[in-house]
Design a protein around this ligand. Sequence first.
Ligand code: AMP
Length: 281
Amino acid sequence: MDILRTPEQMRDWADAHRVTRDRIGLVPTMGYLHEGHLSLLRVAAECGCDTIVASIFVNPSQFSYGEDYESYPRSEENDLAMLRKAEVSAVYLPSVKNMYTNLYQTHVEVEKVSKGLCGDQRPGHFRGVATVVAKLFLAVKPHVAVFGEKDYQQLAVVRAMVRDLDFGIKIVGAPIIREYDGLALSSRNIYLDREQRAAARCLSRGLFKAKALFERGIRKAMVLVSAAQQTIEDEPLATLEYAEGRDPVTLKLRYGAVDTITILVAAKIGSTRLIDNVTLK
Ligand code: AMP
């Protein structure tokens, strides 16, 4: 497993692998890896990628002032051991200094799908995400990149950027991996104490209630979204940020009767911000 620590090293490595006609798959992460991340590596392999690159970079430009950039969990040694075991070909681990020099002044702004949901709660977040993903794409030059549906709006932002800027990279969305009790895996779950961990189930519980209603034939967006919203509001340790029903592809708000809908929720449990979603169809 090769470890590349600068954009130059990464580009040289990618150029060498591109000429051998390898199909390169990229899985971008912020590290502190869990089974959700590992599932993306497997999806990349299933997409026919024979050369898989994982990147680990806690990107300061996607954290707002007062968010958890400093305290975000990091464990390089453990991550590298997990990636070695998963037999990835290379890990790209750039430093903040190498990614954002003192002269740095260029950003990628994806307009419509970055608005609303997490875009409203975290100003500048998707500008930071789009910018760093563009930089990763230019360094790694992948044929395919895999992102989790866990970060549903992020996936939509990346898809829009790749389409609009002609990156020519296939973007693949991978399903959400959950704990035994439904909680979506997240590096941030480590922040939760025992009581908060139990309370955090309200996000997935609410989404599963909406799913059960949908499966019983309920099609009114408001009824489905309310089921999720109410479940989170009923949890004393949770503070709801949003519960919304959106079109799975365009992310436009859905009202009235729907034959497909993505319900997205965000809530704080103590100071830990968690997101989750489900697509009903
Ligand atoms: P992160 O390290 O949290 O930035 O996540 C890196 C990638 O892993 C993103 O594409 C996430 O959507 C994806 N991811 C994180 N958690 C999960 C999960 N529970 N299931 C599937 N994908 C996930």
